[in-house]
Design a protein around this ligand. Structure first.
Ligand code: GP9
Ligand code: MN
Length: 640
């Protein structure tokens, strides 16, 4: 009896499954992909809790509609093929999600088309260790639907039970679903704050989902290409000029420039320190300073402690670009890869005209970030790269193949011709993510031993030690006193998905506001005639390095978009994602809200809107200059 019932039940299930297997297969696909989109938002920190917000609902509606659009097209395939095509589509969508997730964890951005400009073999193999460290076991969720999908697909194919629908009917059904999907999509689209899209890809992802982002990205890419072709008009030139004039007026202090030309004719050495964040400076762990040498240097220097990094997809190379040209990097991809043939006003180009010899140095593959091309464009006579160094000591990132900072500094000083004024731009490497190399490095981080943050603090301590060595060498060689020295960090070390560890260490709470306020790098300037021990807490960014140095060196940089940090009436920083930090408000582009910096109170839009738009316009002007090669000299006038 028992057996008979079981047998009948089994037969019933089988019949039902036969009837519904295809529905189940398609439904399972839709539900799974939606769950994955949701997971994506939170694991990448494109979005934070609560789970139910208007952004999230809009993101789900938009993603569901896009997936439905694709599904409706797949449905039009022949009866035999459509289930296999759906499987392939699912696989492609998974690939997009997995790739974007890992890219996000490192760059805090989704992959955009311009990113592909920067893929070469050295680049991919070098970031391998960084990227591999970003996979998380929970990401298995992206594949969790596959066993059921495969089982159903095999079942459907074996039993040949794909519902036979005539071509005409398939088209009608497909078009109907397409219409529903379009309606859903438009519903989400009209509700999104599309004005915030232009500065921030993350906001596009956050509010319309990662699939929409890729469509948006393709469209923007085509538009940019067309703009590039059209080139610059007289009207564009006029509006750029007016912008500079207005900016100059707004920042004028009405007094003579402080420290103007104090280092004129001296050497200039700028050191960009890999992943050196502001919070490590003047901080101790277990009673020991993390950066004792930088801390000591501060006593003899100007310390700018409110400098935000402004890099985007070009990471290290963006920092180089910001400080050497005083233009913003691009929203997508690295300007080093995308516009290496443009004309730029740069520190090296200006100093060369004054008779300086100019060197850049970075002991890594010359092609990485396209430096071999771009450093020429930026006016460096010589780019000292891996091929110029004896690989006698290794440390950090790519432990086995990256020259240690210590050896890098020692060898670089031997290579610079110091018999005439020089500008040298040194880019360190050892303290590069994921910092695991320093796990056993001799610097006690107590409880943080064997943690991501602990390894970073050790790396920062190593970088600091090498800087101590560099300073000693400069003194020994008689260069310390006649060189204007600037040190700054290139970008963050702690990504957002690792923020909790950092807030625990600092003893504070995560909020979008406090997170943004942590995105600072130290800027230290030491020079002859500069009174040491001054802390300058004016708000600025990496874009301000060139104009500040230009004033000290007594040179002109009229096309700098940044400000002279020692002679401007206002402090502010515009981040590449459209976030703006000023003394009066902090506008977070991902939330489209502004807060009072002192007490975190939410501000009414009217109180900051005008200034916000004016400052954000700098991003558009910078883009226009780059896309249209606006600083290229006119053959007739010799002027840009
Ligand atoms: C490699 C180094 C690292 O040359 O500049 O670049 P990053 O990964 O930090 O952008
Ligand atoms: Mn870097």
């Amino acid at each position: 009896m028992q057996e008979a019932v079981t047998g009948r039940n089994y037969r019933n299930i089988n019949v039902n499954l036969k009837k519904n297997a295809e529905w189940l297969y398609w439904g399972w696909f839709l539900v799974s992909i939606l769950a994955k989109c949701f997971y994506f938002q939170f694991t990448t920190q494109a979005n934070i809790r609560p789970f139910i917000t208007s952004d999230n609902l809009r993101m789900l509606l938009s993603s569901f509609s896009i997936v439905l659009m694709v599904t409706s097209l797949v449905f039009m395939f022949s009866n035999r093929k459509r289930n296999i095509v759906l499987f392939i589509v699912n696989f492609l969508l998974i690939t997009i999600l997995v790739a974007d997730t890992n890219f996000y964890r490192y760059y805090y951005n989704a992959i955009s088309i311009p990113v592909f400009y920067q893929f070469d073999v050295t680049m991919v193999s070098s970031v391998d260790s960084s990227i591999m460290s970003l996979f998380k076991v929970k990401d298995i969720l992206y594949l969790a639907d596959l066993p059921v999908m495969i089982a159903l697909l095999i079942y459907i194919s074996k039993k040949s039970i794909a519902a036979h629908v005539a071509f005409k009917k398939r088209c009608v059904a497909g078009l109907l679903v397409l219409a529903v999907a379009l309606t859903g999509f438009l519903g989400a689209y009209v509700k999104a704050d599309r004005k915030s899209f232009s500065h921030d890809n993350n906001y596009v992802v956050k509010s319309m989902g990662v699939f929409y982002f890729h469509l948006y990205d393709a469209q923007s890419f085509i538009k940019e290409k067309m703009d590039e072709k059209i080139g610059i008009s007289a009207e564009d030139k006029r509006s750029i000029k007016t912008f500079y004039e207005k900016k100059e007026k707004a920042l004028d202090t009405g007094t003579d420039d402080k420290y103007e030309g104090i280092a004129a004719g001296k050497n200039l050495m700028v050191v960009q320190i890999e992943a050196m964040q502001g919070f490590v400076v003047n901080r101790e762990i277990n009673g020991k300073e993390i950066t004792p040498n930088l801390n000591k240097l501060l006593k003899d220097s100007l310390y700018f402690n409110n400098i935000y990094y402004q890099v985007a997809g070009g990471n290290t190379s963006d920092a180089e670009f910001l400080t050497n040209t005083s233009l913003y990097p691009l929203k997508e991809g690295a300007v080093y890869h995308r516009f290496p043939e443009n004309a730029y006003q740069s520190t090296a180009n200006i100093l060369k005209e004054k008779g300086y010899s100019t060197y850049s140095a970075h002991a890594f593959y010359p092609t990485f970030w396209n430096r071999n091309e771009m450093h020429k464009t930026l006016g460096f006579d010589k780019f000292l790269n891996q091929d110029d160094f004896v690989m006698d000591d290794f440390a950090g990132w790519d432990g086995a193949s990256a020259l240690s900072d210590m050896s890098f500094f020692r060898q670089t000083l031997d290579k610079i011709d110091t018999s005439k004024p020089f500008y040298s731009f040194l880019i360190t490497l050892s303290s590069h993510h994921p910092f695991e190399y320093f796990k056993d490095y001799d610097f006690d981080v107590g409880e943080l031993q064997d943690t991501y943050l602990g390894n970073y603090l050790k790396a920062a301590n190593y970088a600091d030690k090498s800087i101590g060595f560099l300073l000693e060498e400069l003194k020994k060689r008689g260069l310390y006193e006649n060189t204007l020295l600037a040190f700054y960090g290139d970008h963050s070390a702690v990504p957002k998905h690792q923020s909790q560890e950092l807030f625990d260490f600092l003893g504070s709470e995560f909020s979008e506001l406090s997170w943004t306020q942590l995105q600072k790098v130290p800027l230290i300037i030491h020079g002859p005639g500069l009174e040491g021990g001054q802390v300058i807490n004016k708000i600025g960014g990496q874009i301000d390095v060139l104009p500040t140095i230009a004033n000290l060196m007594g040179i002109e940089a009229p096309y700098a978009l940044g400000k002279d940090m020692l002679n401007s009436s206002k402090g502010y920083a515009v981040l590449r994602n459209g976030t703006v930090i000023t003394d009066d408000f902090i506008y977070l582009n991902n939330l489209r809200e502004a807060y009072r910096p002192d007490n975190g109170e939410l501000l009414p839009e009217d109180s900051y809107k005008e200034e916000l738009y004016e400052l954000q316009k700098q991003l558009d002007i910078s883009d226009e200059i780059i896309f249209k090669n606006a600083l290229k000299e006119d053959e007739k006038t010799g002027e840009p």
